[in-house]
Ligand binder design. Structure first.
Ligand code: F6R
Length: 608
């Protein structure tokens, strides 16, 4: 989604900001722009399309500037176009970059039009620029006019604002959209994501909702919405871990798939003892807090939602605790019935997904006191809103399609399962077995990454098809859904996942010789039933590819079979997702789609 990077320095900030924009590309965007001040005037350069084209436009001019604001836009209000790209401006004086959605922009726009303001874009952001200008016309200075304008905004925003006539000042503001201040020596920066600033600083202040900051070269002031000075801790963060280097791979998705064994190791490191999880890995007091937990509610979106659905099975089977899973975008509308002793868990790669975040806030307001987040980004909004955090430690995930985030979420959810089992005194010998099998998971995932021929051959079967069906039962059904999601998002092939038993209740009508079906075949009590489902498809000439821990000879009539390493039944689905990721990846390569930045999608979905 949209990205912001702004800077003010004694040196030329343009190369820093353009590099920052490139580092934000992974979030997804359709246009980019920047405004820089030089010799008492401000120049805006924007274009629809890639940051590289914007950089060409800018660097051709050989410009130097000490102050600029820059943006990548993912269209919400108004089509992707140069006009709608940010910065938006008012009367060639006030310049604004904005992430989020201003919900009352129609009212504000009508009032401003009646005051004589002309709008040239379809964006909600242009309203902010005119509003600041309007209050300056009424006699306020830039700071006061910005404070006043911000107080009129309803909705979500991260903002960077600049006034042509006030050099050496950039104003930032945050409400439910991330914004971080990066501090340097005689320079300060503002960004929606520390990824943008990793090459220039390791000192960050994470702004909180309602805060406004005043950025100058030598200092930064932060105030709360009441205008009173706010204190924000400066945190030192190892910027090297924010590398955006492909490291010899062709795509970030490919790199991240192959990083999975190491990523799982990092998720588990220091968290597993000989037979149990270590105490305190979720934060001090977690064990005592979860002793009486009688219900688990999980909220997540997309791939993270699929990880949650797997935990649901684990919770019922190994804890006997009822677990409910809701989409972040739906939870609030279900009028959830609150139960005592509920542990509310959010799962998110980015920690900034607006749907998940707003549901967490809603849950806290409506009486869920105990909150945990399983998240890949330290200091993200979900981490800060939750009582307890378990970081997945997967390292930055840049490819829009989540891969290593998913397997590390599952590793962490397994740590949660083991911890709850211990605190609820459940199945000590099973705990021991699971702990030991979990330690072997990186090895099995590594072995699964070696069967590239099989994945490429399956991709050849898929890439000319319009649709594909994924089947699974029990624990493998969420994996089937994850496989279908991967295929549709990066190859644009329509893919659906069904619980295999549901086939005969409708989707069987879709089966003919042109319908590829990927069936996930476990080595458990569901085997016979899924065998029958495979035969139902084969009898209608559907092309079935099977994936699972059993050998080929044990599977009913099928087109091709991919054998994965066998481990405990509860962990085998984690291994099973790896072939699905790679099949999607190779299918997308054959189709020639933009693997890392699939059309219309954003990495961090910061609007509801
Ligand atoms: C799919 C994908 C999305 C995200 C979803 C939630 O590959 O990446 O479905 O999983 O937008 O994002 P997070 O996990 O950041 O909350």
């Amino acid at each position: 989604m949209c990205g912001i990077v702004c800077g003010i320095s004694k040196r030329n900030v343009l190369p820093i900001l353009t590099e920052g924009l490139s580092r934000l590309e992974y979030r997804g965007y359709d246009s980019a722009g920047l405004a820089y001040s030089s010799k008492k005037s401000v120049t805006v350069v924007k274009n629809q399309g890639r940051v590289a084209d914007l950089v060409n436009k800018v660097s051709l001019k050989g410009i130097e500037t000490n102050q600029a604001i820059a943006h990548t836009r993912w269209a919400t209000h108004g089509v992707p176009s140069e006009k709608n790209a940010h910065p938006q401006f008012s009367k060639n004086k006030i310049y604004v970059v904005h992430n989020g959605i201003i919900e009352n922009h129609n009212n504000l726009r009508d009032n401003l039009i009646s005051e004589g303001y002309k709008f040239i874009s379809a964006t909600d952001t242009e309203t902010i620029a005119h509003l600041v200008h309007f209050f300056m016309e009424k006699g306020l200075d830039f700071e006061s006019a910005s404070l006043k304008a911000i107080s009129k905004l309803q909705g979500t925003y991260a903002l960077g604002i600049m006034d042509k006539d006030v050099p050496d000042l950039i104003i930032g503001a945050r409400n439910q959209s991330p914004l971080v201040i990066g501090q340097g020596y005689d320079e300060n920066f503002l960004a929606s994501d520390i990824m943008a600033l990793a090459p220039v600083t390791n000192k960050f202040k994470f702004m909180e909702d309602g805060q406004i900051c005043f950025l100058e070269k030598e200092q930064v002031q932060v105030v709360n919405s009441n205008g009173l000075k706010a204190k924000l801790k400066t945190q030192e963060i190892d910027s090297h871990s924010y590398s955006n280097d492909l490291g010899g791979y062709n795509h970030f998705m490919e790199k991240e798939i192959f990083e999975q064994p190491k990523a799982i190791e990092n998720s588990l490191e220091g968290r597993l003892g000989k037979n149990e999880t270590q105490e305190g890995i979720f934060g001090a007091g977690f064990e005592a807090a979860v002793k009486d937990v009688a219900n688990i509610q999980i909220i997540a979106c997309g791939t993270s939602f699929h990880a949650a659905r797997i935990f649901e099975y684990w919770s019922h089977k190994f804890l006997g605790i009822n677990c409910r899973v809701d989409y972040g975008s739906e939870y609030k509308y279900q009028e959830p019935v609150k139960s005592k002793n509920t542990l509310l868990v959010t799962i998110s790669q980015s920690g900034e997904t607006a749907d998940t975040l707003s549901s967490l806030k809603f849950a806290k307001k409506t009486g869920d006191p105990l909150t945990l987040t399983i998240c890949n980004v330290a200091n993200s909004s979900l981490c800060r809103e939750s009582d307890f955090t378990l970081l997945t430690n997967a390292g930055p995930e840049i490819g829009v399609a989540s891969t290593k985030a998913f397997v590390t979420q599952l590793a962490c959810l397994n740590l949660l399962l083991l911890t709850l089992m211990r605190e609820h005194k459940k199945l000590p010998s099973a705990r021991k077995k699971i702990t030991s099998a979990l330690k072997d998971l990186p090895k099995h995932v590594g072995a699964t990454l070696k069967k590239l021929d099989a994945y490429q051959a399956t991709a050849k079967l898929l890439f000319k098809r319009n649709s594909a069906l994924f089947l699974g039962r029990g624990l493998y059904f969420p994996i089937a859904r994850e496989g279908a999601l991967k295929l549709k998002e990066i190859s644009y092939i329509h893919a659906e996942a069904y619980p295999a038993g549901e086939l005969k209740h409708g989707p069987l009508a879709l089966i003919d010789k042109d319908m590829p079906v990927i069936a996930l075949v476990p080595d458990n009590e569901h085997l016979d039933k899924i065998q029958s489902n495979i035969e139902e498809v084969a009898a209608r000439k559907g092309k079935v590819i099977t994936i699972g821990p059993l050998g080929r000879t044990k599977i009913a009539k099928e087109g091709g079979h991919i054998k994965i390493p066998k481990t405990l039944d509860l962990l085998n689905p984690i291994i099973c997702v790896v072939p699905l990721q790679l099949i999607s990846y190779y299918t997308a390569l054959l189709k020639g789609t933009d693997v890392d930045k699939p059309r219309n999608l954003a990495k961090s979905v910061t609007v509801e």
